[in-house]
Design a protein around this ligand. Structure first.
Ligand SMILES: *[C@@H]1O[C@H](CO)[C@@H](O)[C@H](O)[C@H]1NC(C)=O
Ligand SMILES: *[C@@H]1O[C@H](CO)[C@@H](O)[C@H](O)[C@H]1NC(C)=O
Ligand SMILES: *[C@@H]1O[C@H](CO)[C@@H](O)[C@H](O)[C@H]1NC(C)=O
Length: 982
């Protein structure tokens, strides 16, 4: 997208100019008292905004918003003057105040006269879709030194121009929906050169309010007057929605539909959308601009084309007749009743339906099909019909969709890209349905949205993007990100752009001082929620291992550390900003950590009870407390700003037992230790053990080596098995093996640690490798308390690594490699690393425009690793994104070979029959990964080279694990092995 850089004058004073409101654009505004340019505001001074009476009503409306936005930052509102050039108001009245002209090319007499008098050049924007510019125009008429002109190529171009200026001067698009405080300004100056933006990357860009109960609906009832049909979604509500969408430079909305009828709930809804500049659509199963709820109320007979065609036709005909004068994108086609497939529809009958719908559109609207925006949504079962081969005219936009979990099911083929109607993408940031709803709070990893929507865009999806945003509230961040990508895909120049965008967005909402930390915090939040969604946590067994690699504990520790960081940023913010920060950042972390606490401590507690740790009771109490805290956190949200967001956190989210939400939040069954013990008061267990002393007299730790991952610490827990106190002492039979906390008194209750409860003491085992014996050996630690003694065996592996080796090194029978840690010199440069993508570190993929590759021919990823263990049945596990086979002509595949041996080629995602999810889909989306294990057979100790070829740009590799006999079960695989040399 073109934009003008500031010329010499501005470069000289560059330090005074801040970066722009739009991502990766330079700002035209500065705010210090001694800046230069055209002054738009100062102490007690606000501009006069002039609009021509013949411009769109939506332009006058946005001029009034801009006037108030100046007031929000300056403390004094601008005034709006409807100034007709022909009656000389504008020409003659030179104002002592700064003058801003807002108008549309070819529509506003103010703009057109500046063009005629050669004061303004609009050639950069004229006749383009939704394009705007703003600039200072010198001596626009005699007696006026300068004016600031905001002009658009069409209604929305002008509206976006005005809102862009509003954001530049310090009013966030989220000032109302997320309570982001405007930035106070004493001075506002505009630079002369024209700032031009547009046309947008995607023609129609918007949001779908969906799954809107209980939260949005409950809040709506408390905030707006209910319509005569009972819905709270009246025009006062939609004005807020439309304004937000336009401030985000969007233009398209699917209205709330669970128990609402957009066009009937308030008869002003339809015309207001058009006045604002919003195109209304209806969701995938609501054809012809009529709501699903209208079917049950007004349709005679059943929603069935085969048996009730005449009545269904009469019903559908009324949609375009009603919305004929309004900006509408018509949804075509038909599905079964209420978001289900139909038992009676065939490809032939769908073809007939669409042809009939198109004839109704042309006759009702009196326009050719090529001028009517029409979409056919390829949702759930619908692609199955299209795949059979249907004769649908090219005017229809084929509106593809994801799998409801953020994985695009289908990108257009080269042939489909030639259709004039182009294609769209329906993407979910929230969902109700199997395997489970996710409709509570934000669980979106922005890097994944970037990866999938860039894939869509780069493979031809340019016409419509819509995001299902659920209740909208709580999804501010992913919504803003999705809309920014849709507006200007090219400003996201590369896979690291998400981090940059997030920092920029954080700066604009919470200020420069908090920007960097907030971006890091929300990046981590995205990673933690990418591991498993809140609603899926109640599935048994618990997703994270409570035995191996300390996976559950370490994961929960990341949540706790994140909360500490977020709370610290919150504490440092001005109080007005704290509210917005709480809503968007602190709340999801606080509430999300609480949910993880419930499930993590439940799973650990049950293991602790088996080990007869008295502390199991503390964990159970913590879980009860976390449930109480959860409702306190929701209450805190509801009491913000005197109850502005009441009911917004009413969504249940704890205790899912099937795909549908539970009626109330409830915690799993807790296990308490109640039986008293007669044998040893001291209990001992060791990392990786499910059993414990005294049930087992001797415990064995997993082996430890100099190459063991630092996070994979060897520890021994010493704990009370009943109420009481004891002292213990740890002794080692090898001077190179030591343990912390080697002499302590354990008491119930005792000292507090993070996840292990009050009475437990953790002794960390460490080895001095300089004095440890070479090769394999073992040491023994004895934990003695009075006359009882437990023994913990510590297997030691101290192998010799050739000094010239570069790569990952085996420890404990495993080599674990993050995908981005390939051998840098030998890996093809064609691969891109997507930082922060996925569950652990990042992802690696081919750029979206890359062609399908033949096995073992194209760009290669090379991994170098060293093993010490001689394995007769080695295996290799690939961790891939849950991306679908979205190229219908070539499924996701990868090839690999080890040590130059035979090349194997794997299709990780089975072919689904068209319109159905592939086998294994549910598990893949729950764990957010396809995990594919291959047998390697014999693998001799020594240096190895693994070569991997990703054959499609539709897939992302995140991690690789070689098992030479030591792999243990876990969700995310072992922590990464040590890398030597790079
Ligand atoms: C600006 O105008 C709005 C809308 O009329 C009003 O609510 C607000 O109080 C005004 N602000 C100032 C600073 O006068
Ligand atoms: C559309 O606009 C025309 C002209 O203003 C008017 O006569 C007609 O009643 C309108 N139709 C609807 C359905 O509102
Ligand atoms: C410890 O004492 C408390 C209070 O007397 C009792 O409720 C609890 O059950 C006891 N714990 C065990 C493990 O017996």
């Amino acid at each position: 997208m073109a934009y003008s850089r500031l010329l010499n004058l501005a470069v000289a004073i560059a330090c005074l100019w801040t970066s722009g409101a739009a991502f990766n654009k330079q700002s035209s505004f500065s705010f210090s008292s001694d800046a230069s340019g055209y002054q738009l505001g100062g102490p007690g001074l606000a501009p006069e905004i002039r609009v021509a009476p013949n411009d769109f009503p939506g332009v006058l409306r946005v001029a009034n918003d801009l006037a108030v936005d100046f007031g929000r930052v300056l403390g004094v509102n601008a005034t709006v003057v409807v100034a007709d050039w022909s009656t000389n108001i504008a020409k003659k009245s030179s104002s002592s105040r700064p003058v801003i002209i807002v108008g549309t090319v070819g529509k506003s007499s103010l703009i057109d006269n500046l063009v005629t008098s050669k004061k303004l050049d609009t050639s950069a924007i004229a006749n383009k879709w939704e394009t705007f510019s703003y600039q200072v125009v010198q001596t626009p008429w005699t007696g006026q030194d300068a004016v600031f002109v905001i002009t658009g190529s069409d209604l929305r171009g002008t509206v976006f121009g005005a809102y862009d200026v509003a954001e530049e001067i310090g009013v966030s698009p989220w000032y109302w929906w997320a309570d982001v405080p405007p930035t106070p300004r004493q001075y506002i100056w505009a630079a002369s050169p024209a700032h031009v933006e547009g046309p947008p990357s995607v023609k129609f860009r918007g949001i779908f309010l969906n799954d809107e109960a209980p939260a949005l609906t409950g809040w709506g009832h408390a905030t707006f007057k209910d319509s005569k049909y009972g819905s709270p979604f009246i025009t006062d509500f939609y004005k807020r929605i439309f304004e937000l969408v336009l401030r985000l430079k969007g233009n398209y909305v699917w209205p709330a539909m669970w128990s609402s009828m957009f066009y009937l709930d308030d008869e002003n809804n339809g015309p207001t959308a058009t006045e604002y500049g919003i195109y209304m659509g209806t969701s995938h199963h609501e054809p012809m601009a009529r709501a699903d709820k209208e079917q049950s109320r007004f349709l005679k007979g059943s929603w069935d084309w085969k048996s009730n065609k005449a009545n269904v036709q009469a019903f559908m005909q009324e949609g375009p007749a009603r919305s004929k004068n309004w900006s509408t994108v018509y949804t075509l086609g038909m599905r079964g009743s209420g978001d289900t497939g139909s038992a009676t529809l065939t490809a032939a009958s769908l073809e007939e339906i669409i042809h009939w719908q198109q004839s109704v559109l042309t006759s009702t609207l009196g326009k050719p099909l090529s001028e009517i925006p029409q979409v056919w949504v390829m949702y759930k079962e619908v692609p199955g019909y299209w795949q059979k081969g249907m004769n649908i005219s090219d005017d229809v936009t084929l509106f593809w969709s994801d799998d409801n979990r953020g994985n695009i099911r289908r990108i257009p083929t080269a042939k489909e890209n030639k259709r004039s109607g182009g294609s769209g993408m329906y993407y979910h940031l929230d969902y109700v349905g199997a395997p489970r709803n996710y409709k509570w709070i934000n669980t979106i990893q922005l890097q994944k949205t970037w990866e999938q929507m860039t894939l869509a865009y780069d493979r031809g999806v340019h016409d419509i993007w819509i995001a299902n945003v659920g209740d909208l509230k709580a999804l501010e961040l992913p919504t803003a990100h999705f809309m920014a990508l849709a507006w200007d895909r090219d400003s996201f120049n590369g896979p690291a752009s998400t981090r940059e965008w997030l920092k920029d967005w954080s700066r604009r909402q919470f200020g420069e001082a908090a920007a960097e930390a907030t971006a890091a915090i929300m990046t981590t939040y995205g990673k933690l929620t990418a591991r498993i969604k809140y609603e899926d946590l109640s599935m048994a067994p618990f997703a994270f291992s409570v035995v191996n690699y300390d996976e559950a504990e370490l994961n929960f520790k990341e949540w706790t550390d994140l909360l500490v960081k977020a709370q610290a940023v919150y504490n440092g913010l001005p109080s007005a900003t704290q509210i917005a920060f709480f809503e968007v950042v602190l709340h999801p972390i606080m509430a999300g950590r609480g949910v993880y606490e419930i499930y993590t401590k439940t799973a650990l507690g049950s293991q602790y009870a088996n080990q007869h740790r008295a502390s199991a009771n503390q964990l159970a109490n913590d879980v009860q407390a976390a449930l109480a805290a959860d409702s306190a956190i929701a209450k805190r949200f509801h009491s913000l700003l005197n109850g502005k967001w009441t009911h917004m956190m009413d969504q249940t989210h704890i205790g899912y037992s099937n795909w549908q939400e539970p009626s109330s939040n409830s915690i799993p069954r807790q296990t308490y230790v109640t039986t008293s013990v007669k044998d040893s008061l001291m209990g001992v267990t060791a990392q990786g053990s499910t059993t414990a002393f005294p049930t087992a007299a001797t415990l064995t730790l997993p082996p430890i080596s100099p190459y063991t991952a630092p996070s994979d610490r060897r520890w021994i827990d010493i704990y009370t098995r009943d109420n009481g106190t004891f002292s213990y002492k740890i002794s080692s039979n090898a001077s190179c093996v030591t343990a912390t906390n080697s002499q302590q008194t354990a008491a119930s209750p005792g000292g507090i640690s993070d996840i292990r409860a009050i009475s437990d003491i953790r002794a960390i085992v460490s080895v001095d490798w300089a004095s440890a014996p070479a090769g394999s050996s073992s040491a023994a630690l004895t934990i003695t308390s009075g006359s009882t003694a437990a023994t913990v065996i510590v297997p030691l592996e101290n192998p010799t690594l050739p000094s010239d080796f570069r790569g990952h090194v085996e420890a404990t029978g495993v080599v674990s490699m993050e995908a981005e840690h390939f051998a840098p010199a030998t890996t093809s440069k064609d691969y891109m690393i997507v930082p922060d993508y996925g569950r652990t570190l990042s992802g690696v993929k081919l750029p979206a425009k890359t062609d399908s590759q033949a096995p073992a021919k194209g760009p290669v990823l090379v991994y170098s690793f060293y093993t010490f263990t001689s394995a007769s049945a080695a295996s290799l596990t690939f961790y891939l994104s849950p991306s679908e086979n979205s190229n219908s002509e070539s499924p996701n595949r990868y090839s690999y070979s080890v040590d130059g041996g035979a090349v194997a080629t794997v299709q990780p995602v089975p072919a689904g029959s068209a319109g159905e999810e592939p086998a294994g889909w549910s598990d893949a989306v729950i764990q957010n990964a396809y995990v594919k294990k291959a047998t390697l057979g014999q693998l001799a100790p020594g240096k190895h080279e693994l070569r991997v070829w990703l054959l499609e740009p539709t897939m992302v590799l995140t991690k690789l694990v070689v098992d030479v006999g030591g792999l243990k079960a876990s969700l995310m695989g072992p922590p990464e092995s040590k890398i030597v040399g790079y």
